[in-house]
Design a protein around this ligand. Structure first.
Ligand code: ADP
Length: 324
């Protein structure tokens, strides 16, 4: 049986192949047709390409001197993709939080659907962590608090993200973290347990998937999968690699089930990682009902034992260079 993740991957590779043969030229102008709330329609000037994902391509867009991200998706999609995309649209458009990419509007034109999103011009958390080979503990405090806040908000609205990873967390102009891409998010509907959700889609990216998603017959605590992912993200921000990184997916899953990971030491690398950071990450990689909720996370000793930068201390130059 095909899963949504597989469909997405298959379509993505097909698309990349096509794009290599005929790279899509950036449309110079995108016209938004008139609608009830915008009687004259609008014309977005299209700027540079921001990136390509599994099924979307993003460009900078300008309208009335404001900059946006224009996410373009071809309207004709495999039915499964279509359904996923509709879910993404529905869920993302209802989210309003300072650490979630702001969804402004969506419209269809020329066989494409366009999402107008808040522009995050500083790339993803993954790009920064790779370039910097890991962040400092104060920076990890800063970003963990922001992401935990966004998770708390989503859960309070009955949304589980299910695909939290560094590549889905973008950086705005001031280097704040913004969760984007709600392609795998699910509404927490009471009566639907993890088995139902799993049956519908096996989702997420191997490195960040909570073990209970893979196990059969487990029930409840569905939203805790996002806190597992935050644990993985924190480990990766601190060390530059996710904890269960392996050459095969099966090996990643096996190691995740066994919590088989090691922290780098000052001897094996030049990294010193505090005991508080290790304890907090370990608690997030526990069984779902033992994982701390976002409110408990931000009260952890890790956040009390060292500096938490103010937004002014987090500047775009940190994207490329560690602080002195
Ligand atoms: P998909 O849903 O196909 O995976 P993404 O939402 O990940 O697509 O977007 C594809 C790429 O476009 C991202 O990897 C990123 O480089 C870029 N991108 C997406 N949203 C934004 C945004 N709000 N601001 C800046 N760049 C973005």
């Amino acid at each position: 049986q095909e899963t949504a993740a597989k469909v997405k991957a298959a379509l993505a590779s097909k698309q990349t192949q096509k794009d290599k043969e005929h790279p899509p030229p950036p449309p110079p102008i995108v016209y938004e047709p008139p609608s009830s709330d915008r009687k004259d329609g609008a014309s977005y000037q299209v700027g540079k390409m921001l990136g390509k994902g599994g099924f979307a391509i993003c460009y900078e867009g300008y309208l009335n001197k404001k900059r946006y991200a224009l996410k373009i998706v071809r309207s004709k999609m495999a039915p499964k993709m279509e359904q996923k995309f509709q879910t993404e649209l529905q869920i993302h458009s209802k989210m309003r939080h300072q650490n979630i990419v702001h969804f402004l509007r969506a419209f269809s034109a020329d066989a494409c659907t366009y999402l107008v999103l808040e522009l995050c011009p500083n790339g993803s958390l993954m790009d920064m962590v790779k370039r910097r080979k890991g962040l400092t503990e104060p920076e990890v405090r800063f970003y963990s608090i922001q992401i935990a806040g966004a998770i708390r908000y989503m859960h309070s609205k009955g949304i589980i993200h299910r695909d939290l990873k560094m590549g889905n967390i973008f950086l705005d102009r001031q280097m704040n973290a913004k969760i984007g891409d709600f392609g795998l998010a699910a509404l927490l509907v009471t009566g639907k347990d993890m088995q139902t959700i799993r049956r519908t889609t096996l989702c997420g990216t191997p490195n960040y998937i909570a073990p209970e998603i893979l196990e059969k017959g487990k029930k409840g605590h569905d939203h805790m999968v996002d806190l597992w992912s935050l644990g993985i993200i924190m480990f990766a921000m601190l060390t530059s690699k996710p904890p269960f990184q392996s050459s095969t997916t099966d090996e990643i899953y096996r190691r995740a089930r066994n919590r088989d990971y090691e922290w780098p030491t000052p001897e094996t690398s030049n990294k010193y990682i505090s005991q508080e950071a290790k304890d907090l990450v370990a608690s997030m990689l526990e069984e779902p009902d033992h994982r701390p909720e976002p409110d408990v996370i931000v009260q952890h000793d890790f956040f009390l034992s060292g500096h938490i930068p103010t937004p002014e201390e987090i500047t775009p130059k940190l994207r490329d260079y560690p602080p002195d």
